[in-house]
Design a protein around this ligand. Sequence first.
Ligand SMILES: Cc1cc2nc3c(=O)[nH]c(=O)nc-3n(C[C@H](O)[C@H](O)[C@H](O)COP(=O)(O)OP(=O)(O)OC[C@H]3O[C@@H](n4cnc5c(N)ncnc54)[C@H](O)[C@@H]3O)c2cc1C
Length: 383
Amino acid sequence: MLDQDTQEFRDHVARWVDERLVPRAESLDRSGEFPHDLFREAGELGYFGVMYPESCGGSGLANPYTCFAVLCEEVSRGSMGFAAGVCMQGSTATYTLFKWGGKALRERFLLPALRGEKIAAFAITEPNAGSDAASLRTRATKVEGGYVLNGRKIFTTHGTVADFITVVASTDPGRGLKGLDLFVVDTDTQGFSVGRKLEKFTIHCSDTAELSFDNVFVPEECRLGGGEGRAEGGGFLNAYKSLTVDRVFTAALAVGNAQAAYDAALRYAKERVQFGQPIGKFQAVQFKLVDMLATLEQARLYTYYVAGRADRDEPITTEAALAKLVAADGCNEVCQKALAIFGGYGLMNEFPLQRFLRDSYFPIVGGGTSDIMRLIIARQLGL
Ligand SMILES: Cc1cc2nc3c(=O)[nH]c(=O)nc-3n(C[C@H](O)[C@H](O)[C@H](O)COP(=O)(O)OP(=O)(O)OC[C@H]3O[C@@H](n4cnc5c(N)ncnc54)[C@H](O)[C@@H]3O)c2cc1C
């Protein structure tokens, strides 16, 4: 299905994942620490630049969306927690800068982020506004030379470690979604603080935090798509485009995690002996494994179909939501079945099955819940 260059890229990433990430995946899950060293290494290997042209510090690949999906899938096979950060750095938190940041912003933020020298985050979700972005309360008030930001964000990936954050805030509360803009905020800026690091049940080594913006001054040139004389608003459309693209990669994260669970379950079914034979000889176990494979392959094929559409610049609003829905929900089922095949050992922390299952809940929520995907698709169907 993949062309030779993309397959070679997959093989290269798979080797790095097997040598560098898989051996540390369990300890990273236990400690919940953000692996700065591995993250820098991924940057040095050029992984964060896979989506972008060489002129912007990227890899200049012919099929960037497919290759970034491959990267997300392979890294997630090693650790979805680590892969969630790779996905954030190489897509969500840099895509809007690439698309709508001017030359100066690209040089100051995008290039060092793609090299792994600066850590990037993207903050839209607030304590009272998740699915319902129109009710965001973070305000950007126009002042001489820029804006002053006030508000709180929650669930921000890379929140405690980020060097800069793209923040969605309202420049005109009366206009709902049309009054939103995107601002790149240096985390050294006075008034920015991390409220708290959030403990979670899933993707432990992915850093997640609540953030506060108290009279944070952002210069005019740090409004994405902005600059003197450029109209405010339109930020939501830009964020929406970025989040749409991101759904393809979240689907790939789900596929990678489910592949790891399936591989482990297949191995175990051949090794574990009960009633005098490997449990894989029992039809109930065989059927589980075959159903897992069917779900996994459908999710993978559809994810790469949508990534291919993105590479060809074809519309993906419905398709990306479908890919995330099918992959996130399907891969969660794969992980449940894998855990069942391990019996009691599946519930033990010394086996990774519980990690695969816990992590499989992230794609169901991150980037919009599965029901919000259903809502997007229903709207596209004219319902
Ligand atoms: C680990 C993690 C990392 C994240 N990283 C980031 C990040 O980096 N940046 C960021 O901005 N956000 C991030 N998020 C936030 C994520 O995008 C939101 O959690 C998600 O969009 C859902 O919002 P919510 O949690 O407020 O749920 P809510 O919107 O409150 O939804 C609660 C429930 O109601 C349902 N619901 C809501 N509205 C409707 C409707 N209209 N129709 C049907 N059902 C509905 C939902 O499906 C869900 O089941 C992250 C979340 C997690 C868990």
